[in-house]
Write a protein that binds this ligand. Sequence first.
Ligand code: FE2
Length: 287
Amino acid sequence: MTSPSFDSPGPLQGIGVSATFEEAARLCQWRAQSQHPAWSRLDYLQLGIYSHQSVPPSLPGDLHAAGLDAVVHLLELNLMRPLELQAEAARRLVEQIERIGPVCVEEDLGLWRWGHTELEQHMLPPVFDQASLDVIVDNVQELQAMLRVPLFVENPPVYFVVGDLDLLTFMRRVAERSRCGLVLDIGHLVGYCAATGRDPHEYLDDWDGIEHVRELHVAGYDLRPDSAGVPMWYDNHAAPVSDYALGLVELARRRARRQLPVTLEQEGATFGRIASHIQRVSHEVAA
Ligand SMILES: [Fe+2]
């Protein structure tokens, strides 16, 4: 196990893009051949993985040839339920992760499955209370002991709130107690604030847990007027990244006093849109 040092910037740097295994092969090829100036600015790929998947044998070589690092994003472990109930899935995931050789691994703090129901895009948030915190801390410590690289925990999409702790206080306590780094997903933060009547800028600006953040996620989202005229938040990764979201990236970097890496999670977007966002992040977001 590699313990994250809170005095170091973390193992991940630069700009990354989320990708399936199929997309990864094409992105590696484009990066290696620099067919578009944006791809030369790409530093890593975020690869989502389920335990039933097998890593393509060509993937590690493709990443190496393209000069890209990898981050693995787990897509099925329920960190709010005991890991011993998911032991076989965890074992298979660790096996696949070792074939990829990522610099770090990340997982949302939420519920991907309920019984035999796959929630996926409807992932449920944890109950934000002490009992959930205790389970999550145990799970994170256990999972981190199984990995050879740091594990980062991400703030999940939140559509409703149960529990007496607010999201960012909860995330800070997870990081402090389990000694893990955090992923701050900007879209999920905006959604949480919409659900709880908070101002995202003020909420982030006041957060004393920013020092634990090792990576930022940025994606598209929609704010649509409902019948009462109040904007409603919809998680929509394929939508264009807003100036407001990039402003929160700047704020997070400024408060963290470090050039936090930015992962564009743009599933469903065209590669042209992703390329333009890579250039925007590299050109417009201040160090
Ligand atoms: Fe994310």
